[in-house]
Design a protein around this ligand. Structure first.
Ligand SMILES: NC(=O)c1ccc[n+]([C@@H]2O[C@H](COP(=O)([O-])OP(=O)(O)OC[C@H]3O[C@@H](n4cnc5c(N)ncnc54)[C@H](OP(=O)(O)O)[C@@H]3O)[C@@H](O)[C@H]2O)c1
Length: 249
């Protein structure tokens, strides 16, 4: 870590939704290594979230795990208030929690649509609004989208791509609405990333690998690196940043 990087996030407080595993856990740890105190949310993975807290604390930063379902309107916004109470402020929100329900159009029920939109869209809107109200000027809102907002390479992605595409509009509108306070809003589009959601040895892995220019899955740490860069970047806003191994190329 350079001195410049260290000072960028030193003394900052970050909230990472869905921080118990995968991209969220890697992001929480990376932000801490760059100097931030970190709150993470989870739903089922209490032990995993507490492990992330211990890993953050081992870097010398403070951390807290909060049980908050992003699909519940009160909990999505309430997590922001809880993070502020626990860590004394909020500078960086990472909207990472997300769910993927994939399948043919006719297989997707109205309940599937409600659940995916509640977690992937409404929860992000409500957390971002709560964060904007609580965060100091110069804050950062970073949202995790997907490469499927850029290119949908096959069938089965209607609901997931629709939900994540809404976040592109939200991000650009937030950038315009909050820019006067120096708050930036950006969206990161991961390609196939090796996590529980999308294991690199899963049944659909070979097809996804073939769609990347680099011919491999990415790691959660490779996404975390870009999220952490955006957490320190003052003149990048309203941007879509792909970390997709060339999936959209
Ligand atoms: N992996 C990929 O290939 C890929 C590609 C593009 C985009 N993404 C996006 O990247 C983000 C993270 O994905 P991932 O692959 O790291 O997923 P993951 O390994 O399945 O981890 C999901 C994380 O989100 C939490 N979570 C799930 N539903 C939640 C809810 N309703 N409220 C709060 N937390 C919730 C989980 O908590 P528990 O441990 O409590 O369950 C877990 O910490 C998602 O938005 C996903 O859509 C992933």
């Amino acid at each position: 870590m350079t001195n410049l990087e260290k000072s960028t996030l030193s003394g900052k407080v970050a909230l990472v939704t869905g921080g118990s595993r995968g991209i969220g856990a890697a992001t929480a740890l990376r932000l801490a290594r760059e100097g931030a105190d970190v709150a993470v949310t989870y739903v089922n993975g209490k032990d995993a979230a507490e492990e992330v807290v211990r890993a953050v604390e081992a870097t010398g930063r403070r951390a807290v795990a909060l049980r908050a379902d992003s699909g519940d309107a009160e909990e999505a916004a309430g997590a922001v208030d809880a993070a502020v109470r626990a860590l004394g402020g909020l500078d960086v929100l990472v909207n990472n929690a997300g769910v993927g329900v994939l399948g043919p159009l006719e297989s997707l029920s109205p309940a599937d649509v409600d659940r995916v939109l509640a977690v992937n869209v409404r929860g992000v809107f409500l957390a971002s609004r709560a964060a904007a109200a609580r965060m100091s000027d110069g804050g950062r809102i970073i949202t995790i989208g997907t490469c499927m907002t850029q290119r949908v390479p096959g069938p089965g992605g209607t609901l997931y791509a629709m939900s994540k595409s809404a976040l592109v509009g939200l991000t650009k509108a937030l950038a315009r609405e909050l820019g006067g306070r120096g708050i930036t809003a950006n969206i990161v589009h991961p390609g196939p990333i090796d996590t529980d959601m999308n294991p690199a040895d899963g049944p659909y892995a070979a097809g996804q690998t073939a769609l990347t220019a680099l011919g491999r899955f990415g790691t959660a740490e490779e996404v975390a690196e870009t999220v952490t860069h955006l957490a320190g970047a003052a003149y990048v806003t309203g941007a879509e940043v792909s970390v997709d191994g060339g999936h959209a190329a």
